[in-house]
Write a protein of this length. Structure first.
Length: 271
């Protein structure tokens, strides 16, 4: 028998203790400021790219095409998850935080702080873009197409958010936690959704991504679409996760939602 072979009786208690240590670290209120700063910082860069594409094109006509404008946010989210996902879980979106809370992977008591941080990040990015580019932040907002109705935009935002949050919950679930590779799935979905659905609604899927440019420019036309649609989509995604994988609240999903996307808990104990 190999001397470094795994001994379940000695290894598994260590694994459980390691997981509990990480969860205890998340529950430590002294670390909350790091997570809130991470959410504000990450959301700032997401909105910087998502709203910045069309605003840059307004400032320099023809410089940023639709394909580039909708793919860039997906790539940015991928990068953000990779570089700061372990700090806060990289929600960057109120409906993602709500979905994790509905799944019992994220404490409701911390939801207000995350929402506030995400709003601050979005407002900061929209204000920065408006000041630097000298064009209205309204160019970076999300609005239903002129040839479409608010209802149609609402429905597409529901369906798009259902898919997005399903991808996020699925890659963070206890049965299918694929760690940092989940960033590719989430970023890829955002880019794909934008490529085919942005002409109708802008493919926002994120209330603060639309709220930031709307508040800074004073143009909140049809904002209910981009609040109600993603919220309903996230609730449906939480329900679908229940159907597909049962109740949440497991260690793996909680670690991903709370700031440890790729815990690598087994690494020290591999033969």
């Amino acid at each position: 028998m190999r001397s470094n072979q795994l001994n379940p009786e000695s290894v598994f208690p260590q694994i459980i203790a390691e997981v509990e240590t990480r969860l205890s670290d998340f529950r430590d209120p002294k670390q909350e400021w790091r997570r809130l700063i991470a959410e504000a910082f990450g959301t700032f860069f997401l909105v910087l790219v998502a709203a910045g594409g069309p605003m840059m094109d307004a400032a320099f006509p023809g410089s940023v095409g639709r394909v580039a404008a909708v793919v860039a946010p997906g790539l940015m989210v991928m990068a953000i998850i990779m570089f700061m996902g372990k700090v806060s879980g990289a929600h960057l979106n109120p409906v993602v935080s709500v979905a994790f809370a509905l799944r019992r992977d994220f404490p409701w008591s911390r939801l207000p702080g995350y929402l506030a941080a995400q709003i601050v990040g979005a407002l900061g990015a929209a204000w920065f873009l408006q000041e630097v580019l000298d064009v209205s932040a309204s160019f970076g907002g999300s609005f239903p197409a002129a040839t479409s109705s608010d209802t149609s935009a609402f429905l597409i935002e529901v369906v798009l958010t259902l898919g997005l949050v399903s991808v996020i919950l699925g890659t963070a679930s206890g049965a299918q936690n694929i760690g940092i590779i989940g960033a590719i799935g989430v970023g890829g979905y955002i880019a794909l959704a934008g490529l085919w659905a942005s002409p109708l609604s802008g493919a926002s899927m994120n209330p603060v991504r639309t709220l930031g440019p709307g508040l800074v420019s004073g143009n909140l036309t049809s904002y209910w679409v981009y609040l109600a649609g993603p919220v309903l989509g996230s609730i449906l995604a939480a329900g679908m996760a229940m159907v597909l994988r049962g109740p949440g609240g497991g260690r793996s999903g909680s670690l991903a939602a709370q700031g440890t996307i790729n815990p690598e808990i087994l690494e020290p104990y591999k033969p």
